[in-house]
Design a protein around this ligand. Sequence first.
Ligand code: PLP
Length: 396
Amino acid sequence: MKTHNISRRDWLKKGSLTLAGLAMVPSDVWAESVKIAQANNSTFLYRTDNSFNEFTPPSVFEPKLKAILRANENPYGPPPLAAKAFQEEVFSGNRYAWSTLNNLIEIIAEKENVKPEQILMAPGSSDILEKVGMVFFQHGGDVISADPSYMSLINVSESVGGRWRSFKLLNDYQHDLEAMAAAIDKNTKLVYICNPNNPTGTITNVDKLKRFCSKISEKVPVFVDEAYIELSDNGLKDSMVSLISEGKDVMVARTFSKIHGMAGLRIGYLVGKEETIDKINQITRGGMGITGPSIMAATTSLKGNEFLKMTKSKIAEARDYTKAYLDSKGFKYMPSQTNFIIFEINMDGKEFLEKIYSKQVGVRAFTFWGKNWCRVSMGTLDEMKLFTNAMDEIFA
Ligand SMILES: Cc1ncc(COP(=O)(O)O)c(C=O)c1O
């Protein structure tokens, strides 16, 4: 197996992105990196000095997949009323959407118990992760996060000159908060915590995390990525957002892509100190990238919770089905509180992806801690059956 790898810095450059042109970092960095890795015949998507890497899938834009279980999307979305609001708003598309955006910001500020000036809207939380990476690491410095964790902010931070210091998750898959706290020094610019974490799906104890964020944010800002928080067992009660109204230097990112079922509509937000939001706004323009219809869809989705409840219970059902299957076949998996499950595979990740894609099932494969892993998103039960049938054939 060829293991020719390219560095993140290289793939950003190969994607016609220079440091001067970083505003052009594609929102779908994953798809971009897949294309570049394929062109280079790379086994992995990016070179990392840490243990964590992702296997290059056989293709990105294959129309023939029957079960798309690789981007943790919500198979039930968007909520019907939100879709209707989106359609109706198209007719106001000749205008910039400032007033509807401001209205949404006010609704979110009230929900999160902060001032509107403490909210930054963006076309998805990827955009926020990338902007924070650029703004905080434009003059270098270290970012501390778990290994493995979600890589958007880390990749961009490294691409502009930052350095990733990673801390292996503990044996119970929680963040190693003690080691992370002890590692903070004068070079540390930011701590990134993904809770629940991606790609593991696991959650770090909320009381411990609150104590950590309170204490650490006296020294450096803490960024908590809560893309999956609504799906955790305790839902929004697990959020760190209340620390922000207490004045702590904590940032919380949320997205409408997961429980709200709007991944393709591109909308998310950041809550933080007013100074932090200002600092990001001085360089970039968050709200400018969101379309009016997406704003109205998000505004509508925030009004109701029937769809969110339905999604959560359907995801729990798919998770139970998948766990029962993995148990019956002896696959070891991590305890997920999200819409995906990661489990060990005793097979080269690239070979596994080729086999499962050929059965029209799309999942992700990673390597870390010296093992290969498959991460499968929770689709409909029919999609999960396609996945388990494919697994039966591959591991027969
Ligand atoms: C942990 C985490 N953060 C952020 C994102 C980005 O989501 P979006 O840009 O769709 O809001 C994802 C997407 O899968 C994710 O898993």
